[in-house]
Write a protein that binds this ligand. Structure first.
Ligand SMILES: [Zn+2]
Length: 363
């Protein structure tokens, strides 16, 4: 990540756990049941049941649809990435984790395309980058794009302790969490018996080289274009000629404790209807407290080139902490504390279930 484009007034927080617990009771009891009692393999049955129920109801989009997102599974995917160590550009951990991500997507039946590129960092370092595209039903032209970056920031330049400013970030939240949610969605998409709309394909795009951006310790100002290098490359050189998608949803830092996802300004500028769709879906599945209908700041992130260059309307689901002194991106952002101890399954659940609602509601 990322730089803040503007600012906004302070807003009080909700108590997340209480809100989620309260709202979940108004959800479809099948979903609640599956959260609490069913093993992973049973989610597939739950998926079919919910889908059938929704299809037989005229107001299907106002009810939970699709399978139950498993936060434990997403948490494990997050942890597995962190076990490689910081996935900083040109490191062995980066290479090994990239191979692991590709294998996991393949194991869920996705068609995986690695897009390799040599990209120039702000400091002249040549970065061996790989954007990973995992496609569900690659033969279909009607598609939805879900994306997140998978590299780790090489410098904890926002750490409160200056001694850590040149240490790498483990990036449990700022990297691994978005990929983890995508892997869990891929796992839930894989069984042929529980398909979403038969005319719809999905791409999971893991952007590389997002977080080699201009460090705070440099004396000059951030030129602004040193971030999202993998996304910039993909937007100008998509993995298939003339690639199109109905819309895109970027996930960035979707596992943090106390996270709330305000409506980000670039998303509102380029894809307001998608923002409305996603925030509405969060309410339907009982996680509206994580998605306040309030405007956040504008962020330079991977969705910027997707909107401006690839011309695909793309939103950014990214947290905003208006009252956090350390950073409005949260207390662990670009610090050595961005580790698994600060990942909250409730946040992963809120984002994952909302995405399922969005995808499975599409006609
Ligand atoms: Zn970052």
């Amino acid at each position: 990540m990322i730089t803040k484009i503007n600012d906004m007034s302070k807003v009080l927080f909700c108590r997340i756990c209480n809100s989620a617990a309260r709202s979940i009771r108004i959800c479809n009891p099948l979903i609640l049941f599956s959260f609490l009692f069913l093993p992973l393999s049973s989610f597939l049955f739950t998926s079919c049941s919910l889908r059938k129920q929704a299809a037989s109801n005229d107001v299907a989009v106002l009810q939970p649809v699709g399978p139950a997102f498993c936060a434990d599974s997403a948490y494990a995917f997050c942890e597995a990435q962190c076990e490689f160590g910081p996935r900083t550009m040109n490191s062995q951990a980066h290479e090994d984790c990239g191979a692991w991500i590709m294998e996991k997507f393949k194991s869920y039946g996705m068609s995986v395309t690695p897009q390799q590129a040599l990209l120039k960092g702000y400091d002249g370092t040549m970065l061996r980058a790989t954007n990973i595209i995992a496609s569900y039903r690659p033969e279909l032209t009607d598609r939805i794009l879900i994306c997140a970056h998978w590299d780790s920031r090489p410098w904890a330049d926002n750490d409160p302790d200056e001694a850590n400013w040149h240490k790498p970030v483990l990036a449990a939240n700022d990297g691994a969490s978005g990929v983890a949610v995508m892997l869990e969605l891929a796992r839930l998409l894989s069984p042929d018996s529980c398909l979403l709309s038969p005319s719809l394909g999905v791409d999971f795009l893991c952007f590389d080289a997002e977080d080699w951006g201009f460090p705070q310790w440099e004396d000059t100002d951030d030129p602004g274009d040193t971030w999202a290098l993998g996304a910039q490359h993909w937007a100008a050189n998509p993995h298939t000629d003339g690639y199109k998608a109905r819309y895109g949803i970027l996930l960035d830092m979707v596992g943090g404790q106390g996270a709330q996802f305000y409506q980000e300004q670039v998303s509102l500028q380029y894809a307001r209807s998608i923002v409305k769709k996603v925030w509405r879906a969060s309410q339907v599945v009982g996680f509206g407290s994580f998605f306040p209908k309030r405007e956040g700041v504008g962020i330079t992130d991977d969705h910027l080139p997707v909107n401006r260059v690839a011309k695909i309307p793309c939103i950014d689901i990214i947290p905003y902490y208006p009252d956090c002194a350390q950073s409005s991106f949260g207390p662990t952002w670009h610090t050595v504390n961005d580790d698994m101890a600060h990942i909250d399954r409730n946040t992963l659940q809120a984002v994952g279930q909302t995405l399922i609602q969005v995808l499975w509601s599409e006609k």
